[in-house]
Design a protein around this ligand. Structure first.
Ligand code: SAH
Length: 265
């Protein structure tokens, strides 16, 4: 178990900024397999402290240049938002060191925070600007909502799992004044706050929910993963003269969009 855990941690931390700290922690972990008492002496002060804010800032910088810019995201404000939002605050404390890795992470309740690149891509394709009102379906950790909050006028986000929605609401309300969180079934959208200039769906239905189409403003864009569990296509839908124009972007894997009984839409 200890060895598996060590390997996973190394794989999930490809960033050089914390190399020194990681080496110390890695050494302590190896020692702890063979001699627990030595590991206590070596590891306690170094690993307990974990990365500091400067380390996290360096990790974010690496994340943006190696994972996001390198894959073609160019919108300067999206890149700035990805540099600014402290992703480690949105993951469980024991996974913070992995927060800037090139992969999704578990956030509890069987759900995940999306891979950083996918968050950047979904943000870029809606062409965010300061006047925009955005609806997000699937608040999860609140990270995507936080990225949008810095770029848009207001963000309305819906989460079906109450404990996740409450946790995200608490975190987001301490950081932003323009994010509204609702616990409920996002399939129905948020009719009282519609129309929305953009809709960002971060859980996957098998077809586009019609309430979300109705609540999208003329000229607005919806980015949504469509397909069965395990394999979906990320598509961008643009409402033009009341009709939807569809662009396929990339194959993705999101958690399914479910109803209150847990059945996939
Ligand atoms: N955007 C999130 C990642 C979301 S993971 C982030 O930045 O962390 C997808 C989320 O969609 C999960 O939290 C899941 O509970 C939620 N979800 C699934 N079906 C839903 C529905 N019908 N309405 C609202 N949220 C839903």
């Amino acid at each position: 178990m200890a060895i598996t855990g060590l390997k996973r941690r190394q794989d999930g931390e490809p960033i050089e900024a914390t190399r020194a700290a990681r080496r110390t922690c890695g050494l302590a972990a190896i020692v702890s397999v063979s001699a627990a008492f030595v590991s206590v002496l070596l590891s306690a002060p170094t690993c307990a402290a974990g990365p500091g804010n400067a380390d996290y800032a360096a990790l974010r910088e690496e994340m943006v240049s190696r994972q996001i810019e390198a894959r073609g995201i160019r919108h300067p404000k999206v890149l700035a938002a990805m540099r600014k939002v402290e992703r480690h605050l949105f993951v469980p404390e024991h996974l913070r060191k992995e927060a800037y890795g090139d992969h999704p992470l578990p956030i509890g309740e069987g759900q995940t925070i999306s891979q950083p690149y996918i968050v950047a891509l979904m943000t870029e394709v809606i062409a965010p600007h300061a006047g925009m009102k955005v609806l997000e379906i699937g608040t999860g950790s609140g990270y995507q909502a936080a990225v949008l909050a810095g770029l848009c006028k207001s963000v309305y986000t819906i989460e079906i799992v109450e404990v996740l929605g409450m946790r995200a609401q608490k975190l987001l309300s301490g950081l932003y004044g323009n994010v509204h969180v609702k616990i409920g079934d996002g399939y129905q959208g948020w009719p009282e706050a519609a129309p929305f200039d953009a809709v960002v769906v971060t859980c996957a239905p098998t077809k586009v929910p019609s309430p979300l189409v109705q609540q999208l403003a003329e000229g607005g864009r919806m980015v949504i993963p469509i397909g069965d569990a395990g394999f979906q296509e990320l598509v961008v839908l643009t409402k033009q003269k009341g009709r939807l124009v569809q662009d396929r972007i990339v194959p993705v894997r999101f958690v399914p969009m479910v109803d209150s009984a847990g059945k996939t839409y």
